[in-house]
Each structure stands twice: as structure tokens, then as C-alpha cells.
Write a protein of this length. Structure first.
Ligand SMILES: Cc1ncc(C[n+]2csc(CCOP(=O)(O)OP(=O)(O)O)c2C)c(N)n1
Length: 395
């Protein structure tokens, strides 16, 4: 059924690609058939790991909201409800690939190796940027980006570098728009949201990626809302159609189905690595929680809509599928226990971290000393030492 009002050219949108139905039964949509082979060789153990990643991230996410409410974090950005597409896509990447996230990709961060404590340092205000992307332990997972769509440009730049490196290895330094892509052996995946798709930067990124056939895959998690603006106000057509208009392979998937995300992600990333050019995945999902801990979604959305999406919860869907495959109760109990333990460990660890040296906020502004920065540094030193004087007076 077409989701789009009749336009000059009549187009029918295929059903979103889906392997698991809302109850978690294996029931592929007709659009999924072409991708089924991507799941060959993926066994119960992998599916169990995906489930574990989702449950641990959700427990951590819930704990982070509590920490924010207790004044221990400046802000938190929940991702509950979006774990399904994130886990499938993250597992579809290879170690040499690079990931450019927005700010809600906690499951992807976990799968790529960024520790939850590192993630929370940012939200506790202990670091300006976040983790060390050059540390192999962090899985080429780049920094969270709050300036909407900036990461689409960063990803493009990185993918262009991957392409140029491959060309240099092949003995050529020329790069012409419109030429066929060449095999790079590595690719870049960028994440952003439906609201971000309205940004100029996001659209320019697609033009550039298509022109230069960069090894990139753009993932748009269409979670229904850009803070309080509903998706219907952002676009009159499904988003994947926009990417088709830029001349890229593009599909719409059920974003609460980890299998669909994995299968399509694996295909698109492989094609990108092989020189087949960029891809675009619109993942239909839903933000179950608030936009951030500063937001109250009950002010702008209906309870019935929320409840309908709760019924399609990706974690419950994966659990049902695993049970269908014969996984027993002991596994689910162990995962739940481990997730609770991990959330508590992260909580204890973040509360015990010593605060950063205040001076560190001036350290990386410019490479060389700058008079305005020195002025601010001196002001802060004076301000901080004024408290020492107060302590002496009261003592
Ligand atoms: C360039 C820019 N403009 C505006 C904002 C304020 N802002 C932060 S999040 C957001 C909504 C983003 O919605 P969406 O892209 O759908 O992602 P979601 O938060 O739903 O995951 C807005 C407008 C911003 N961070 N950056």
C-alpha cells in the first residue's frame, strides 16, 4: 500500500522489510525475500548475543535516567524502543568500518566496544567530547554529535578519505564526481533521525555521497518525532524515497526487527565496501521515552500511540523469537540478572570517578596559547580560590 498521497508519478511503496512479525514469529514480508540470504550462517548464539546487547543497554539506559533525576548527570537521552535496529545494524558492520552517531545510539556504542562509563562521562560533564576514537577498544565509533546532521558531513568526509586511500593504493590520486566507485574494503555508517533529515547538511551529504560514490550507508531512525514535531510535518513522503531521488539504493525497514536491520545493513555495507556506492536505510521505529530528560512527551503525543508501539517492542519481539527457537528460561533469567549487575557497576563507577581538572576545559581550544583563553583561565583560578578563602573564614 502506498503511504504517499497521489502525486504526478504514481508510486507504490513496498512493505517495510521485516523478518519477525510484531509477536516475534518468523514471518518475512514479501520485500524481505531478497535479503534472506544475508541471515545465512547467523545462528542462535548470535541472536542470543543481540538480545543480551539490547537488554543490557536498556538496563543501563534506565539507570542513566535515574542518575539524571538524582542530579548526577546533566542530561540523559533515552534510546528505549530503538534498540532493535541499532543492534542489527551494529552487528552488520565489520571491525574496520567507521560509525558516526547522533546522540541516541547507545546500543551501537556498546556493540562497537565503547564502555557505558565512557558514555556517561559526557552526560556527567566530565569531558567535552567523549571517548578516544583512536583507541581501538572504541571500535571506530566516533563522538556523539548534538549539532543535527553535522555527523552526516563528517561521515561523508571520512568515507571520501576511505575512497581516496583505496585509489592511492591502486596508484591513482584522481577523483571525479560521477565515476564508478572502487573497492575500499571498509565503509562508513552514519546515524541520524527523521527531524535531522530536514537539515540542509543531511541533504547535501546525500548529494555528495551519490556524486562521488562514497562507501557510506546512511541510517535514518524514523522514531516518529523530532522532539514535539511529528514526522508527518517533516515529510510528505517516506524518507527512503528522498534518497532514491538522490540516486542511491534505499529501502525502508521495520526498525524494531533486529533481523531486518542486520540483513539490510550487511548487504548495504558490503556493497559499499566493494565499490558499489552509498546506501540509505529508513528504519521505522519509535522513541518510547522522552526526547531527553528535559522533555515531557505527554504534552504532545497520545497515549494510544505509545501503547501501540509498546506492543511492537524490539526486546520482547527478540525474546519471543528466541523462545520459538527453543532457548530456555534460564538464559533469560541470567541475562536479566547480568544486565542489572552491569547497570549497578556503571552507576558505582561513574559516581566514584574523580572530577576532571577544571583547567582541562582550556587545554584543547587552540593549539597555541591565546590571550582570551588565558584571561578566562586566570579568572577561573581566582574564582575557585575565592572558595578556599571562604573555608578559612568559616573554619
Ligand atoms: C542544528 C541543530 N538545530 C536544532 C537542534 C535542537 N534539536 C536537538 S534534537 C532535535 C530534534 C531531532 O530530531 P530527530 O532528528 O528526529 O532525532 P531524535 O532526537 O528523534 O532521535 C532538535 C531540533 C540541534 N541540536 N542542532
Amino acid at each position: 500500500m502506498s503511504q504517499t498521497p497521489k502525486l504526478a508519478v504514481d508510486m507504490v511503496d513496498p512493505d517495510p522489510i521485516r523478518f519477525l512479525d510484531a509477536e516475534g514469529r518468523y514471518s518475512p514480508s514479501s520485500s524481505a525475500a531478497d535479503y534472506a540470504a544475508e541471515l545465512d550462517g547467523v545462528g542462535i548464539e548470535e541472536f542470543q548475543q543481540w538480545y543480551r546487547d539490547m537488554v543490557e543497554t536498556r538496563a543501563f539506559d534506565t539507570e542513566a535516567t535515574h542518575l539524571q533525576r538524582q542530579g548526577q548527570l546533566a542530561l540523559w537521552v533515552p534510546s528505549i524502543g530503538q534498540e532493535g535496529c541499532q543492534v542489527g545494524l551494529a552487528h552488520a558492520t565489520e571491525p574496520q568500518d567507521h560509525i558516526f552517531p547522533a546522540y541516541r545510539e547507545h546500543t551501537v556504542a556498546k556493540v562497537r566496544g565503547v564502555s557505558f562509563v565512557e558514555l556517561l562521562k559526557l552526560f556527567r560533564g566530565f569531558t567535552h567530547g567523549g571517548w578516544d576514537v583512536t583507541d581501538p577498544a572504541n571500535g571506530n565509533f566516533h563522538l556523539y554529535t548534538l549539532v543535527l546532521a553535522a555527523q552526516a558531513q563528517h561521515a561523508n568526509g571520512y568515507a571520501l578519505g576511505q575512497l581516496l586511500d583505496a585509489k592511492l593504493r591502486a596508484g591513482s590520486s584522481a577523483l571525479d564526481a560521477g565515476e564508478q566507485g572502487i573497492a575500499t574494503g571498509e565503509a562508513t555508517m552514519a546515524f541520524y533521525g527523521d527531524g535531522t533529515s530536514s537539515q540542509g547538511d543531511a541533504n547535501e551529504a546525500l548529494i555528495f555521497a551519490a556524486s562521488y560514490q562514497t562507501p557510506s550507508v546512511f541510517v535514518v531512525q524514523n522514531n516518529g518525532w523530532a522532539i514535539s514535531v511529528p514526522f508527518e510535518r517533516q515529510s510528505r513522503t517516506p524518507l527512503y524515497r528522498r534518497a532514491l531521488g538522490f540516486g542511491m539504493r534505499a529501502v525502508q525497514i521495520d526498525g524494531n526487527d533486529p533481523l531486518a536491520a542486520f540483513a539490510v545493513g550487511r548487504r548495504f555495507m558490503r556493497l559499499a565496501r566493494e565499490g558499489g556506492g552509498p546506501g540509505y536505510i529508513e528504519a521505522l521505529t519509535y522513541r518510547i521515552g522522552a526526547h531527553t530528560t528535559s522533555d515531557d512527551p505527554t504534552r504532545y503525543r497520545e497515549k494510544a500511540e505509545l501503547e501501540a508501539w509498546r506492543d511492537r517492542d524490539p526486546v520482547e519481539r527478540m525474546e519471543a523469537y528466541l523462545r520459538e527457537l527453543g532457548v530456555d528460561e534460564a538464559f533469560f533469567a541470567e541475562v536479566a540478572e547480568q544486565a542489572d549487575r552491569e547497570a549497578k557497576r556503571v552507576r558505582d563507577a561513574i559516581l566514584q570517578l574523580p572530577p576532571p581538572d577544571a583547567d582541562s576545559m582550556f587545554a584543547h581550544v587552540y593549539t597555541e596559547a591565546h590571550p582570551r583563553i588565558e584571561e578566562q583561565r586566570t579568572w577561573l583560578e581566582r574564582y575557585e580560590s575565592s572558595f578556599e578563602a571562604d573555608e578559612e573564614i568559616t573554619a
